[in-house]
Design a protein around this ligand. Structure first.
Ligand code: ZN
Length: 75
């Protein structure tokens, strides 16, 4: 092991990972597969606080994969 790689931390990987975690609404529509993935990435997000999760959720509703009634959470 060498210690001269301390300045070579692969920041790009972290930046790309963070980009995947954006909570902004997407520029375009999600496919059903993308929506499923986004729902998993944002599983800890609230629908009313994460536009991206809300968009993914709406995509699945439109695709008939989920029904809003069964997914509605009690306040
Ligand atoms: Zn989110």
């Amino acid at each position: 092991m060498t210690s001269n790689s301390s300045g070579m931390y692969p920041l790009t990987a972290a930046i790309q990972h963070e980009a995947l975690r954006t909570h902004s609404a997407p520029d375009g529509a999600f496919s059903v597969g993308e929506a499923h993935r986004e729902m998993q990435v944002h599983r800890d997000c609230r629908l009313d606080e994460c536009a991206r999760k809300a968009t993914a959720f709406q995509t699945l509703i439109d695709a008939g994969r989920v029904t809003p009634d069964s997914a509605r959470q009690p306040r």
